[in-house]
Design a binder for this molecule. Structure first.
Ligand code: GRF
Length: 202
């Protein structure tokens, strides 16, 4: 399966996915696109020999012209799946609908809890006992699409947002490749009822 990844930063999830692809995963990352030229994930892609493209939203007059170009760039690579891996731009409904059922995101919380930013601090402030990460299909509602897989962990007494973020991130690196692998194997899809459909036990 051809996969295009959108990133904005470090790209550690991208790395986990590239590693999985290199280790016999049923998918191939065919391009990495960042809205920021300084995203370290671009360097990770280049090292692996994967085309690394920059499309800076600040070079465009608004969200729609930016997305028109982004969509054209993505589709040039003819992906069967688009993955958001720390891509820090909100996408419009028409963009999201173009990739309906073939775009995944990873979010650092146990959705539907803590959509949006600063999830780790918010989980601590809310005195949650558990926290984690979720992979979900992308729908127009921000961080609101159907959840495919979650990793959960206990919050340690007295821990801070930085250590919690680190522990969650390590789990992200496990669940994202797993979900993309399922999709690539045809075991995972978005059903017509809007629910994820997973063939066989995870
Ligand atoms: C991760 O925490 C992910 O859940 C969130 O953005 C972060 C990306 O990290 N959407 P990285 O760029 O993959 O290291």
């Amino acid at each position: 399966l051809r996969v295009v990844a959108l990133i904005s930063g470090s790209g550690s999830n991208l790395q986990a996915l590239m590693d999985e692809a290199a280790n016999g995963g049923a998918f191939e990352i065919v391009a990495v696109i960042s809205n920021r030229a300084d995203a370290f994930g671009l360097e990770r892609a280049r090292r692996t020999g994967i085309p690394a493209e920059v499309l800076d939203h600040r070079d465009f007059a608004g969200r729609e012209p930016y997305e028109a170009e982004l969509l054209a760039l993505i589709d040039r690579y003819a992906p069967g799946l688009v993955i958001l891996a720390g891509f820090m731009r909100i996408l419009t409904p028409s963009f999201v609908e173009h990739y309906a059922g073939r775009m995944l995101n990873i979010h650092p919380s146990l959705l539907p809890k803590f959509r949006g930013l600063q999830t780790h601090q918010r989980a601590l402030d809310a005195e949650e006992r558990e926290h984690g990460a979720s992979v979900h299909f992308v729908t127009p509602e921000l961080d609101g699409g159907p959840v495919v897989i979650q990793a959960r962990l206990d919050i340690h007494p007295g821990e801070d947002a930085a250590t919690l973020a680190q522990r969650v991130l390590a789990q992200e690196h496990v669940i994202y490749p797993r979900a993309v692998g399922w999709f690539a194997q045809g075991r995972l899809r978005l059903g017509e009822d809007g629910r994820p459909w997973l063939d066989g036990a995870p």
